[in-house]
Design a protein around this ligand. Structure first.
Ligand code: SF4
Length: 477
């Protein structure tokens, strides 16, 4: 925050309950209900619908002034009844917003009361499972909302007594639990890799279909797809868990390890060469099978592409921003490409972000002294851009005003991308994703260079108005 601001100006994060929706929407037959005012759910539905270009239903308990004064118990119960009647879900994720947390509603107690009144039990086979998550936005961001929701889901579906915990029926599967910044295309790419290499695995949450569904005549109330509930319940029996992301704490991976002894391996999001190498190396270690030739060839192609574009990218100054883990992996890739990330920022408050970024910069390009910012808003980011003078911005759509006002190109990655189409199909993961990202960045730089140098270049006569000889000579200078 700058000295002139007493509050956040143009936040660089999204609301905490939105993160919970990202997680819940990747679970089979699940509906989300926000306990709070209507505006919260409208804003977050709109944001997700613009990003994924899919209808995103999120219910609201619609607290009004009366609810804010006397408590939202009745509103929440009514909301739950409506969701059950209209959507017939197997799971309802109830995330709180700022208002519900400020008035201090005891959401787990209200849900218990509601279940008693409606005679809803706790058997996932026949009962509706209602999972509360505390997500006030003034506390943290969408990053923690996502992590908390996944943790709550895993805890709920694997609830066992101490005695039951000792009985394990190994399923030979691998749990895969990524952080929040993946696109449906990324998830599809990862699933393809696991299909080839890991045999059986459980991917949580699976947004590959729910946030990027094929067009159909009958629009189902809840998008088909998502991680099956029976698989989530089976996670304690898996051989290991692979968490994608090392900056934010992956609570679900930690819980499965501490409560059920399922060993957790955390690797960075596989964006770029070295991060994808780490991902495959860890996978080989867990699974014990070699890296298929297909991916070895893809790695070779990526190296070839990196050599091809090195002359365009070397020394280009970039500002990278977004979610902590995503920015960490992007920064690693930028350094591999010879780009100088002079400004690296995240809007989320992350304890380990700066340390991890400084470690990777020290390892790859020790002479670079980037500005690293944590928990900032776009106002502060704008000041840092003035100070660092990057030639390109790499991050989500919300940096577009800065890019525009300063005439710097912006490569859109991460979440949200609401001013362009295709966010659900952007692939950043694996060697193939790295190649696509590399092409986007290089072409953006080439385009910007072209635009910048165009007035000094001679254009083919057929494309230009007839000019005098003097004007043509002048144009060539
Ligand atoms: S900041 Fe709080 S009140 Fe505002 S939209 Fe987000 S959750 Fe709702």
């Amino acid at each position: 925050m700058t000295k002139r601001n007493y509050a956040t100006v143009n936040p660089c994060v999204m609301c905490q309950p939105m993160g919970s929706a990202l997680a819940f929407k990747g679970i089979e037959n699940t509906m989300v209900l926000y306990h709070g005012s209507q505006g919260c759910s409208t804003y977050m539905r709109l944001l997700l619908a613009h990003h994924f270009r899919e209808p995103v239903d999120i219910a609201s308990s619609s607290l009004s002034e009366k609810g804010a004064v006397y408590g939202g118990r009745e509103n929440l119960k009514k909301g739950l009844r409506n969701v059950i009647n209209r959507y017939n879900p197997k799971v309802i994720g109830v995330a709180t917003t700022c208002l519900a947390e400020t008035i201090g509603d005891d959401v787990p107690a209200i849900i218990r009361e509601f279940k008693e009144e409606q005679e809803i039990g706790d058997d996932p086979e026949k009962d509706i499972i209602i999972i509360p998550v505390s997500t006030p936005s003034y506390g943290e961001s969408h990053v923690s909302g996502y992590i908390k929701a996944l943790d709550a889901v895993v805890r709920k579906f694997t609830e066992k007594t101490e005695e039951e915990k000792t009985v394990k029926i190994p399923n030979g599967k691998l749990n895969v639990i990524p952080v929040e910044s993946l696109s449906p295309a990324d998830v599809r790419e990862l699933k393809e890799i696991f299909d080839v290499m890991a045999g059986d695995y459980i991917f949580l949450p699976d947004i590959s279909e729910t946030f990027d569904a094929p067009l159909r005549e009958d629009l189902p109330k809840i998008a088909p797809g998502g991680t099956p509930l029976s698989e989530i319940a089976d996670m304690p029996n898996s051989r290991a868990s692979l968490g994608l992301g090392t900056v934010s704490k992956n609570l679900a991976v930690k819980y499965l390890e501490e409560s059920y002894g399922v060993h957790g391996y955390d690797v960075p999001i596989p964006i770029g060469l070295s991060n994808t190498d780490i991902f495959f190396t860890e996978l080989v270690k867990i699974i014990g099978c070699p890296i298929p030739e297909k991916y070895q060839k893809e790695r070779g192609r990526l190296l070839d592409a990196m050599v091809d574009v090195h002359k365009y990218l070397y020394g280009v100054k970039a500002a990278v921003y977004g979610d902590p883990d995503f920015v960490f992996s992007l920064t690693t890739f930028m350094l591999e490409l010879g780009i100088n990330p002079v400004l690296i920022a995240t809007g989320s408050k992350s304890r380990d972000f700066e340390t991890k970024i400084r470690q990777i910069v020290e390892k790859t390009n020790p002479e670079l002294e980037p500005v690293v910012l944590n928990g900032i808003d776009f106002d502060t980011f704008n000041d840092a851009v003035s100070q660092c003078n990057p030639e390109i911005l790499i991050g989500n759509s919300n940096g577009r005003y800065i890019a525009k006002s300063r005439n710097i190109p912006l490569v859109r990655v991460g979440l949200p991308i609401h001013d362009r189409v295709g966010a659900q199909r952007i692939l950043n993961i694996g060697y193939r994703g790295a190649m696509e990202l590399l092409d986007r960045i290089t072409n953006t730089i080439l385009e910007a260079t072209d635009t910048f140098t165009a007035p000094r270049q001679a254009e083919p006569a057929a494309y230009t108005e007839k000019r005098s000889e003097e004007e043509c000579v002048e144009g060539l200078r």
